[in-house]
Design a protein around this ligand. Structure first.
Ligand SMILES: [Zn+2]
Length: 89
């Protein structure tokens, strides 16, 4: 299982519980430790290599941002963007 798949599975399982907290150690030459924790007490820890970091973390960031943002916040932003476009013209 890839790092990304594990991360997506974790987020899918725990997103309903609460906002997930994402943390990472300082990057070293061989990578860094990524930690995603849920308030329910489950913590996902994965070592991210520099190769993983380039590809997966871009996607992972999107997954985590989506998890933290909540549906309401996203819709709110989309609506005001539409208003701005439709307004003057
Ligand atoms: Zn949980």
């Amino acid at each position: 299982m890839t790092l990304l798949a594990e991360l997506e599975e974790f987020v899918g399982d725990h997103r309903p519980h609460a906002t997930l907290t994402c943390d990472a150690t300082k990057p070293d030459w061989n990578g860094y430790l990524l930690t995603v924790s849920c308030p329910c007490g489950v913590v996902l820890e994965r070592w991210v290599t520099p190769e993983d970091a380039e590809l997966d973390l871009l996607r992972a960031a999107a997954v985590t941002r989506d998890a933290a943002g909540g549906v309401g916040g996203v819709e709110e932003r989309a609506r005001s963007a539409t208003d701005e476009h439709g307004g003057p013209e």
